[in-house]
Design a protein around this ligand. Structure first.
Ligand SMILES: [Zn+2]
Length: 267
């Protein structure tokens, strides 16, 4: 059998074997990593300065008379804090609210664009097209979520540093309007854009053009993505699971990536 024939036979066989397995079998067979990209919600969670921070308003945690344990809390929190989603309605009057975003936009191939070495911890860094040689990995034109890694997660536990608070000003890196325009005009397969900083716009922005462009085009944003370990730049599937606040402009989010431990050969 020629090399080519055996390669194509293997491809057919592998495709058949994969197709024959249920998703449950595929996910529990040990070939995938489950990577949490979410900060915990507690009294250290970072919120936009004018937002309600996460707070337990009622806490019960006690043994009952019969010796059994009972614990339950109430909480309050702003929509836009910690790892969270911005629904299009945040900046678009007839845009989708959180509860309306369809699942096929929330369970989606994930592309990571790692620009941390270019940012080099500079809070004034703004990402332009030339930083990426005018090329974006776009999942070969298929639907995807793109998350830009600025290398900012390491500052999250120091609110002043993470937000770059100086008097009433904020200062941290972000995307330019140029990049936002580029994504919505040239990469129409992109359904959402994420960042590992507090906003898709740079911290110093006061008119939020990146929010207006991305949400205005019907994409969703994810802010405060938590990169605590290496994640492949392609080949992972994102589970974008916001709390389903029906009319939310945004919502706390559980963001998880499911990544193959070994890079499949066809990538
Ligand atoms: Zn937000």
């Amino acid at each position: 059998m020629s090399y080519l024939t055996s390669v194509s036979l293997c491809f057919l066989l592998c495709t058949y074997i994969l197709a024959d397995k249920s998703l449950n079998e595929v996910l529990i067979n040990g070939d995938y990593d489950f990577i949490d990209l979410t900060y915990p919600f507690d009294n250290q969670t970072i919120y936009w300065p004018d937002s309600q921070e996460f707070q337990f308003t009622k806490k019960t945690a006690m043994f009952q008379r019969d010796g059994s344990w009972y614990a339950s809390n109430d909480f309050t929190a702003g929509e836009h804090g910690g790892t969270h989603i911005d629904a299009p309605y945040h900046f678009l009057v007839d845009g989708l609210q959180v509860g309306q975003i369809p699942l096929n936009k929330l369970i989606i191939p994930l592309i990571i664009v790692d620009i941390a070495s270019k940012v080099n911890d500079d809070p004034n860094f703004v990402l332009y097209k030339h930083h990426m040689d005018y090329m974006l990995n776009d999942n070969m034109g298929k639907p995807c979520l793109i998350i830009f890694k600025f290398g900012w997660s390491k500052f999250f536990w120091d609110k002043k540093k993470y937000l770059g608070i100086n008097n009433d000003q904020l200062n941290f890196p972000g995307l330019s309007a140029e990049v936002a325009e580029w994504i919505v005009s040239s990469y129409k397969n992109v359904v959402g854009v994420g960042v590992d900083v507090a906003s898709v716009d740079p911290g110093s922005s006061t008119d939020f053009p990146v929010h207006k462009i991305l949400l205005g085009a019907g994409l969703y944003n994810i802010e405060n993505v938590y990169f605590q370990r290496h994640i492949p730049d392609h080949g992972c599937t994102a589970l974008v699971m916001p709390m389903k606040i029906a009319k939310g402009t945004g919502a706390p989010l559980r963001l998880v990536a499911i990544c193959p431990k070994h890079k499949p050969e066809y990538f």
